[in-house]
Design a protein around this ligand. Sequence first.
Ligand code: CMP
Length: 140
Amino acid sequence: MNQLERTLAIIKPDSFAGGHAGEILAMIEAAGFRILGMRMTRLSKAQAQGFYDVHREKPFFAGLVEFMTEGPVVVMALERENAIRAWRDLMGATNPANAADGTIRKKFGTAIDRNAVHGSDAPDTAAYELGFFFSGSDLA
Ligand code: CMP
């Protein structure tokens, strides 16, 4: 099924601080995504905890929140056919060690907990995550 879909993408603190935001944006555009909304921000601890609420009970939760608040991030609402799957394919595997050549995490990720970018993993999480950062009227 080719369905126009939206997903939430984040350029995480490691890749932003490393100066890779421009190249990641170029990869996003080259892959045919339309950027509906984009904002640079620095997450508070409460925001990072809220965003990753589904992981609250995981052993890596505290470290994840620490990492996501260490510096600026870029949050984006992306649209494309099959955007959720397509963005996850472009990101590569969660652990950069397992990410395929040509993916963002292979290029810029350095560890499973410093993996350069985030993407929604399903339609329900995409709806939650898009709403977390953007209101409907923000999206062009
Ligand atoms: P992300 O796609 O942003 O969603 C949750 C994040 O938790 C994930 O990327 C990883 O960067 C991070 N994380 C840290 N440690 C682990 C782990 N052991 N297993 C899975 N995800 C982890």
